[in-house]
Design a protein around this ligand. Structure first.
Ligand code: NAD
Ligand code: MG
Length: 295
């Protein structure tokens, strides 16, 4: 095989993580094995030079890989996260600053309306504006049966996933000029809901739906709205009650590529949707699923 070709089945080893549990929200630094955030591989080429980005859940997993890639593409990057995630957030900010752009840390709980509004305000103040918003924060906690999902759990999932995305977006839109881009992190769960993730999966369908409605509402204002639908990606979401622990050892092996994805494999999709190269792409959901179909 040519040296320049990489087989997507074996580009990353098919991980078989040992059984492990972290308390929610979990930390990247405690994952076994560690996930690849693209730190040693992503090379930027100025595709987002001078842009100003806000990424919710930018401390770890997919959001962290996107934050590192955006910074290497020349964007200033603000990340929001829960206070318990400070160690992960410090690592990501080091990487952002190493790229020679501005960073901003925004700890706080996005279940609160005030926090949703504050992160937008602080980003605009620190960077002098905002032109890329990535609604990526979410929680995923599995339950055997619908009766096991206590009302408080249900409420926390709705607030963390849908309320936060809607509220942050609403606060951001008045600041977005033509050419700006909003990206939602949906999921293959929006199309193929797992029986143990009922509340989570419905939030991912809602985010997908919101991105398509909003794309039509904001296109006449020159703002593009899109979504990315990841498949099984190795992140702290999974061992912090995102899956039954015994399922983790085969995580992602059932899909066509036969392995879990790494956060680094998502970054290119977000860079594309944020960049000028996607100027005619709006209302789209880009699947990064390892081959499982998204309709
Ligand atoms: P992750 O745990 O690294 O990221 C999720 C982040 O959400 C956390 O880091 C946390 O900062 C943030 N968050 C959750 N609740 C919050 C709250 N109340 N306030 C503020 N922040 C909060 O895991 P990830 O897998 O990278 O998740 C990123 C996105 O990808 C999520 O939207 C998730 O639904 C989506 N996704 C993940 C997978 C997967 O297999 N990992 C698959 C499809 C979609
Ligand atoms: Mg995190």
């Amino acid at each position: 095989m040519s040296d320049t070709l990489k087989d997507p089945r074996s580009k990353y080893e098919s991980i078989e993580p040992p059984e492990q549990t972290q308390s929610e929200p979990g930390l990247d630094r405690d994952l076994k094995p560690l996930a690849d955030l693209g730190t040693n591989s992503y090379t930027g080429s100025g595709r987002l030079a001078g842009r100003r980005a806000l990424i919710t859940g930018g401390d770890s997993g997919i959001g962290a890989a996107v934050a590192i890639a955006f910074a290497r593409e020349g964007a200033d990057v603000a990340i929001s996260y829960l206070p318990d995630e400070q160690p992960d957030a410090d690592h990501v900010v080091q990487e952002i600053e190493r790229a020679g752009v501005k960073s901003l840390q925004l700890p706080g709980d996005l279940q609160e309306l005030e926090q949703c509004e504050a992160i937008v305000k602080q980003t605009v103040e620190a960077f002098g504006g905002l032109d890329i918003l990535v609604n990526n924060a979410s929680r995923q906690v599995w339950h055997e049966n619908i009766e096991d999902i206590e009302d408080e759990q249900f409420d926390t999932t709705m607030k963390s996933n849908i309320y936060s995305s809607f509220r942050v977006t609403k606060a951001a839109v008045p600041h977005l000029e033509p050419g700006s881009s909003i990206i939602f992190t949906s999921s293959i769960q929006a199309y193929q809901p797992s029986e143990t993730l009922l509340d989570y999966a419905m939030t991912k369908a809602a985010m997908n739906n919101l991105s398509k409605g909003l794309a039509q509402a904001l296109a006449p204002r020159g703002i593009r709205v899109n979504a990315v639908a990841p498949g099984p990606i190795w992140t702290p979401l999974q061992p912090s009650h995102g899956q039954p622990t015994e399922k983790l050892t085969q995580f992602g092996q059932g899909g066509p590529l036969g392995r879990a994805g790494q956060p680094a494999e998502l970054a290119g999709a977000y860079v594309f949707l944020a960049s000028e190269e996607a100027s005619y792409v709006a209302g789209e959901t880009l699947g990064v699923t390892g081959g499982s179909p998204t309709p």
